[in-house]
Design a protein around this ligand. Structure first.
Ligand SMILES: Cc1cc2nc3c(=O)[nH]c(=O)nc-3n(C[C@H](O)[C@H](O)[C@H](O)COP(=O)(O)OP(=O)(O)OC[C@H]3O[C@@H](n4cnc5c(N)ncnc54)[C@H](O)[C@@H]3O)c2cc1C
Length: 287
């Protein structure tokens, strides 16, 4: 179990940004987390993170405790389509494990660099698919280790949002997939990877799409049409390849990214009257 003070959050986010968390916990197993909750109840604010691929942590770090699920890697995939995955499993690994068993339905997860817990919280999706409708059960717990089991159909799954309450930590998930044809599944995944490599700036530090797509339109199209592709604040840039990504090369602060987000929102609103809603979560305290 890692339990240490003043952990730089830049080590735990795909933007490589963010000041230190007052306390950082990374239990090796789910069982270890339940034991810890019983013996050392977490006081004060608690932030759960998976792979940090959808969060901007401010430069002043995080007050209270950050819990990382990264080591919770239990995964069983049965040939009949039943899958159980702990929250820290990378969704891309889940997608590949399904391929190994000839199961279809989650090919779209292959290029998403998040964890199962983050994907459930965000109802991650791509290429017309979303994880929510495939979920049969979610096991959560609160900060005291009190477990709760949710049926998949008890949870409301909306675009990049699930109704799981904020105080619940996703611990484990059950999914139901369908048997498919290995060659077709493999080709679909390869096509997704190829498309992402061609359209996303994966060589620069990023957190995926910054804004949700507004109804009937694309955030990237609006940002580009507002003339903002390539716009910069400090080291942060509206990516020249994909306008809904904000990227940097190690020279930005979280404040640069946050200011650029606000600038994009203001200018797109001024130009088109559309309010871009953030997909990326902003957490922590300013420097
Ligand atoms: C290159 C790139 C491409 C991407 N493409 C896509 C895409 O196509 N589709 C898509 O939907 N997303 C995409 N994303 C965004 C991101 O990968 C997903 O939202 C992912 O599901 C987030 O998982 P995470 O583990 O990184 O979550 P984090 O960023 O660690 O956390 C995100 C949110 O989930 C909460 N959370 C995390 N784990 C738990 C848990 N166990 N219990 C409760 N709450 C939790 C956090 O508190 C936070 O609010 C992309 C990101 C990148 C960098």
């Amino acid at each position: 179990m890692i339990a240490r003070p003043n952990e730089p959050m830049a080590l735990h986010t795909t933007w490589h940004l963010g000041g230190a968390a007052d306390w950082f916990l990374q239990p090796e197993t789910v069982g270890q987390w339940f034991d810890w909750c019983r013996d050392h109840p977490v006081e004060g604010p608690l932030l759960v993170i998976g792979r940090g691929s959808n969060i901007l942590v401010r430069d002043g770090g995080v007050a209270g405790t950050v819990l990382s699920t990264k080591q919770w890697k239990g995964l069983t995939v049965q040939a009949d389509g039943r899958v159980r995955a702990e929250a820290g499993v990378a969704v891309a690994s889940l997608s590949r494990a399904a391929l190994d068993k000839g199961l279809t339905g989650i090919e779209f997860l292959v290029g998403i660099p998040g964890s199962v817990g983050g994907a459930i919280r965000m109802n991650a999706g791509a290429h017309g698919g979303e994880i929510g409708p495939l979920v049969t059960e979610v096991v959560t717990c609160d900060r005291h280790g009190k477990r709760k089991v949710w049926r998949g159909d008890e949870i409301q799954w909306r675009y990049r949002h699930s109704s799981i309450p904020e105080d619940q930590i996703v611990v484990e998930v059950a999914l139901e997939l369908r048997p498919g044809e290995g060659g077709a599944i493999r080709s679909k995944m390869a096509a997704i990877i190829e498309r992402r490599n061609a359209t996303q700036p994966l060589h620069r530090l990023n957190a995926g799409s910054v804004f949700r797509n507004p109804d009937g339109d694309y955030a990237a199209r609006l940002i580009e049409a507002a003339g903002l592709k390539g716009a910069k604040v400090g080291g942060a840039q509206v990516d020249p390849m994909h306008a809904n990504f904000i990227t940097h090369e190690g020279d930005a602060s979280a404040a640069d990214v946050e200011r650029l987000i606000a600038m994009v929102q203001e200018q797109v609103h001024a130009r088109f009257g559309v309010t871009l809603v953030r997909e990326v979560q902003i957490v922590g305290r300013p420097a």
